[in-house]
Design a protein around this ligand. Structure first.
Ligand SMILES: *[C@@H]1O[C@H](CO)[C@@H](O)[C@H](O)[C@H]1NC(C)=O
Ligand SMILES: *[C@@H]1O[C@H](CO)[C@@H](O)[C@H](O)[C@H]1NC(C)=O
Ligand SMILES: *[C@@H]1O[C@H](CO)[C@@H](O)[C@H](O)[C@H]1NC(C)=O
Length: 506
């Protein structure tokens, strides 16, 4: 299998090669087709021996012409069987094709065994009298019995933006299992604003049917032969990114979240296969080990899950821009991402102020530990704080009525404004003069690196960070309700889908 060797020489991921155990490859690509070819040889060219081996005492000394013709046809059938087995299985790494071929051989084999019953039942257990053909049968049964691994995953998918709240429980095909892949049986999954923007078409065209969800926690149930970062049985998480080249300047510098080849956990088309990645509203997810994160003990799964997108989105710009003791940090917007920004900025030791449109969320912000709260509806709200902030992370999801100049006036000289919200509308207009008064920097931030994810989870475990999470048992109806509420911002402050075993089996 050429794809396997290609993968062996490169750290790149997502290639379609998967490796079946050597025993299977030896047996079905080599031993079994050769044994069948031997059968074809005798049926075609040494018919007397063939009949002798089948039932010596009834074998004729001269073979009647009709019998000879039928045996030649049998030989041709063996030949076709050997070719289809060896060539079809060699041409694909799709486990479903392997299973289909092997099961059809199994059916043929049961028929084969049935025909020899007339020779007496002892033929089945007199192992010492078995010939090569009999031994070959064993392989079919062994393989059929030892390949029950699920290759189809199940998920709640949506068929299009017009019916974005109608979830259908479907089976789907994951990408082929790669050497570096980890299969995860999902335990819970956060509901992210991205799920809404994606499903309802707000972020443009998507590939349907689609199961979203990229704040996943579950158990690693199978790891590829080259996986070193994850162990089978470990509790692990997957966030919003599932692929990058791991080879470019950015990837080698803990900036893989900015790799030009980065792919999302759901809705992305996998290189080589055309398969559209499916998210965590599903039974399982298959992910390269680089994007699978061990969850520290002591961090509950439903708390950890929403950190894997919302948490990281807030944590990365804080960590990269010096959030820590002695710094005054602003968090604009107290939603899913904003409340995690507040909790992480506090955990990193900064003085943290929440900036919101009204005072409606002030009590919540203070309960989460905010040192101060600014409501932009108050007249002159920014004046007492002009040029005092070291960093502002903007998590707002709409720029409606946004007076950017007033916000930026809060920043100290050369301090930074980092936007992480991705509104569906066109955004804000920026004038050249906007940055003049304090020489501030205006930028954005995408997710974060593997290293930052691990640091964030450890920080959360060490400091006992408790994000505000409402648990929702996953089902068609509950998904529609939760996404409707999220669309209306009616959530404090994150949903996490639970009860996976009830929907997908234990
Ligand atoms: C078939 O078996 C008989 C008895 O064992 C033997 O005499 C004969 O030579 C065999 N014929 C062939 C073609 O193997
Ligand atoms: C990301 O890239 C920038 C620019 O090359 C570099 O300064 C930084 O160290 C890289 N890694 C991280 C984690 O920021
Ligand atoms: C901003 O600066 C650029 C480059 O100097 C200039 O082309 C553009 O006209 C300026 N825009 C405004 C609104 O002043």
């Amino acid at each position: 299998m050429t794809t396997t060797t290609k993968q062996a020489t490169s750290p790149a991921v997502g290639k379609s090669g998967f490796t079946l155990p050597l025993l299977y490859r030896l047996f079905f690509l080599l031993i079994e087709p050769l044994a069948t070819l031997v059968g074809a040889y005798f049926a075609l060219f040494d018919q007397e021996t063939y009949l002798n081996l089948s039932h010596g005492s009834s074998a004729p000394t001269t073979i009647p012409l009709g019998t000879s013709i039928v045996m030649s046809q049998l030989g041709n059938m063996y030949f076709a069987l050997a070719l289809s087995e060896a060539l079809v299985l060699r041409s694909t790494s799709d486990l479903r094709v392997w299973k289909a071929v092997i099961i059809s051989l199994l059916v043929a084999d049961v028929g084969h065994l049935y025909t020899v019953r007339v020779l007496g039942p002892q033929i089945f257990w007199s192992v010492s009298e078995w010939n090569a053909i009999d031994w070959g049968n064993i392989g079919y049964y062994l393989t059929a019995l030892t390949m029950p691994y699920p290759e189809q995953f199940t998920g709640f998918q949506v068929n299009g933006p017009d019916t974005w709240l109608e979830f259908h429980k479907n089976e789907f095909q994951p990408k082929p299992f790669g050497d570096y892949d980890v299969d995860i049986k999902i335990e819970c999954c956060g509901v992210c604003g991205s799920d809404v923007h994606t499903l309802n078409g707000g972020w443009g065209e998507q590939k349907y049917p689609l199961a979203v969800g990229h704040e996943i926690v579950g158990t690693a149930i199978r790891v590829g032969p080259k996986v070193t970062l994850i162990k089978e049985g470990q509790r692990v998480g997957v966030g919003a990114q599932s692929y990058s080249c791991l080879d470019c300047r950015q990837c080698k510098n803990d900036n893989e979240t900015y790799c030009r080849k980065q792919l999302d956990t759901y809705g992305a088309v996998w290189p080589d296969t055309g398969i559209v990645s499916q998210g965590g509203y599903s039974s399982h997810v298959r992910t390269h080990e680089h994007w699978v994160f061990p969850i520290p003990d002591g961090l509950p799964s439903t708390i950890a899950a929403p950190m894997l997108c919302a948490g990281l989105t807030a944590y990365s710009p804080l960590a990269r821009n010096g959030c820590g003791p002695g710094k005054k940090v602003g968090i604009v917007g107290l939603g899913g991402i904003g409340h995690m920004g507040l909790l992480f900025a506090k955990a990193l030791g900064a003085e943290v102020w929440v900036i919101s449109r009204s005072h409606a969320k002030e009590a919540d912000a203070r309960a989460m530990g905010a040192d101060g709260f600014l409501a932009t509806s108050d007249k002159g709200w920014n004046e007492p704080h002009v040029m005092t902030f070291d960093l502002i992370v903007n998590t707002a999801n709409s720029f409606d009525g946004f007076d950017l100049d007033a916000y930026l006036s809060l920043l100290d000289v050369h301090a930074k404004w980092v936007s992480v919200g991705l509104p569906e509308d066109d955004g804000i207009k920026i004038r050249n003069q906007t940055f003049l008064s304090n020489g501030c920097f205006f930028g954005s931030s995408h997710l974060g690196s593997r290293r930052e994810t691990l640091d964030m989870l450890q920080l959360a475990a060490d400091k006992g960070i408790k994000t505000w999470v409402e648990e929702v048992p996953i089902s068609e109806k509950n998904l529609a309700d939760a996404l409707t509420r999220l669309h209306k911002n009616d959530i404090k402050y994150r949903f996490c889908l639970t009860n996976y075993p009830e929907q997908f089996g234990a």
